[in-house]
Design a protein around this ligand. Structure first.
Ligand SMILES: Cc1cc2nc3c(=O)[nH]c(=O)nc-3n(C[C@H](O)[C@H](O)[C@H](O)COP(=O)(O)O)c2cc1C
Length: 354
C-alpha cells in the first residue's frame, strides 16, 4: 500500500459544503490524511460545523478565527491542498488577495506540491466572465481545476456549476497528485465552453436597485420618487457600508430594504439568485470605483456584490458614474456586459425595454 499523503481541504462558501463529510470519507479511502480549514460562510450558514468535523476524526480543523500563521503553517506542510467547494468569491480571493493564508494555498500549485480546486456555484455565476477569468488564471498558475459538472443546482435549475461528486473529487485528486489521467481532470474542459452572452432587459416593470458607493440620502429620495412616479416597483439591496443607515433608507423608500442573505421570506437564503430573477434589470445608481473594481475581480463577499455575478437580469449604472471611473475599468465593465444608462430616466422613458 502507498504511504499516506497529507491533504488540507479548504471548505468555502458554497452550499455544496454540506457534502464535506462524504468528501472527507472519500479522500481518506484514497489514502489522504485530511485536515480541514473552514472559511467564514460555511459555518455562518450552518452547512458544516467544527464539531461535526472533529467527530469525523480529521487530523485538525481550523476556522476563520484561527490565526493566519497557524493556517499558513498547516498549508505549507501539506503535500496537497484541495479547495472544495470553491465559491465564486473564494476564486476571486485566490486570484487577487495576497494575505499569508491565501498565498499559502496558491503556493501549493508549484511542483512538487499540488493544488486542486473544485468550483461550485449557480450557472449564471459560473458563466460570468469575471469568474471564468479567475479560474483560468488559477489554472495557468498550475492549479488543477476539478469540474464543475452539469446537473441539478441548489437554486432549482439544471446546468454547469454543480460540484463534482465526492468520490470523483477524491479519485481526481489522487490522480492529479500521481500525475495520472482520470475522467474528472477533463471536466473543466467541458465546463469552460460556456456561453457568456448577457441577458436582455425584461419587460416586467420591476427593478432591483443596489445601493452602495457614494450617494447621500437626498439622492436616494430623488431616486425613490422617480421609481414611484414611474409606476415601477423595486427591491432595494444595500452594500455592507450602507447597513448602518438601513432603517433611514427604508423609511425614505417606503419599504423594507435587504442587507443580508436569509432576510426575504421564501427565498431560502438565495437572495443573490432569486432577487435578480424577478427583476427587469439590476441598477447600481451610485457605482463607485471600489465597487467597479470588485465587480471586475469577481468578488462576491457580500450579497450586494454577489448580485453582479448571479444576476439573470442585465446589470446597469448611470453613464455619469462610468465617466468618473478610470477608462480601463469602465472598459472592463463594458466587456463584462454592464449597461450604461444616460440616467435613470432612460429606464422610465422605456429606451430600455422594461
Ligand atoms: C444559501 C446560500 C447558498 C450559496 N451558494 C453559493 C454557491 O453555491 N456558490 C457560491 O459561489 N456562492 C454561494 N453563496 C454565496 C457565498 O456564500 C458568499 O459569496 C460568501 O461571501 C462566500 O464566502 P467565501 O469567500 O468564504 O467562500 C451562497 C449563499 C447562500 C446564503
Amino acid at each position: 500500500m502507498k504511504p499516506s499523503r497529507s491533504l488540507v481541504l479548504v471548505v468555502t462558501g458554497s452550499i455544496a459544503a454540506v457534502k464535506t463529510l462524504p468528501l472527507i470519507g472519500a479522500l481518506r479511502s484514497k489514502n489522504f490524511d485530511v485536515s480541514v480549514i473552514l472559511t467564514r460562510a460555511p459555518e455562518t450558514f450552518g452547512w458544516v460545523t467544527c464539531d461535526t468535523l472533529r467527530d469525523a476524526s480529521v487530523e485538525s480543523v481550523l476556522t476563520n478565527v484561527s490565526a493566519e500563521e497557524e493556517k499558513s503553517r498547516l498549508l505549507n506542510g501539506a503535500n496537497a491542498v484541495l479547495v472544495a467547494p470553491a465559491s465564486a468569491d473564494f476564486l476571486s480571493r485566490m486570484t487577487y488577495e495576497r494575505s499569508p493564508f491565501i498565498q499559502a494555498i496558491v503556493n501549493a500549485s508549484a511542483s512538487p506540491r499540488h493544488l486542486m480546486v473544485a468550483p461550485a456555484m449557480n450557472t449564471k455565476m459560473w458563466e460570468h466572465p469575471a469568474v471564468q477569468r479567475n479560474v483560468s488564471a488559477l489554472n495557468r498558475l498550475g492549479a488543477v481545476i476539478l469540474g464543475p459538472v452539469s446537473g441539478a443546482l441548489a437554486c432549482g435549475v439544471q446546468g454547469f456549476g454543480r460540484m463534482a461528486d465526492p468520490e470523483l473529487l477524491a479519485c481526481g485528486s489522487a490522480a492529479a497528485c500521481d500525475g495520472q489521467p482520470h475522467e474528472t481532470l477533463a471536466f473543466y474542459d467541458l465546463a469552460r465552453r460556456v456561453k457568456t452572452a448577457r441577458p436582455a432587459f425584461k419587460k416586467n416593470g420591476h427593478i432591483l436597485i443596489a445601493l452602495g458607493g457614494r450617494g447621500d440620502e437626498d439622492d436616494v429620495r430623488r431616486l425613490a420618487s422617480s421609481v414611484q412616479r414611474s409606476g415601477l416597483t423595486a427591491d432595494y439591496v444595500l452594500a455592507p457600508s450602507w447597513k448602518p443607515r438601513a432603517a433611514r433608507i427604508a423609511s425614505i423608500v417606503g419599504q423594507d430594504v435587504v442587507t443580508d442573505y436569509g432576510q426575504v421570506d421564501g427565498l431560502d437564503g438565495l437572495e443573490h439568485i432569486r432577487l435578480p430573477e424577478r427583476a427587469g434589470c439590476v441598477f447600481f445608481p451610485f457605482l463607485d470605483q471600489e465597487t467597479a473594481q470588485n465587480a471586475v475581480h469577481g468578488q462576491a463577499g457580500s450579497l450586494f456584490l454577489a448580485l453582479i455575478l448571479a444576476s439573470k437580469a442585465p446589470v446597469a449604472a448611470p453613464s455619469s458614474r462610468f465617466a468618473a471611473l478610470p477608462s480601463s475599468l469602465a472598459q472592463s465593465l463594458h466587456e463584462d456586459g454592464w449597461v450604461c444608462l444616460d440616467d435613470f430616466h432612460d429606464i422610465l422613458a422605456s429606451r430600455i425595454d422594461l
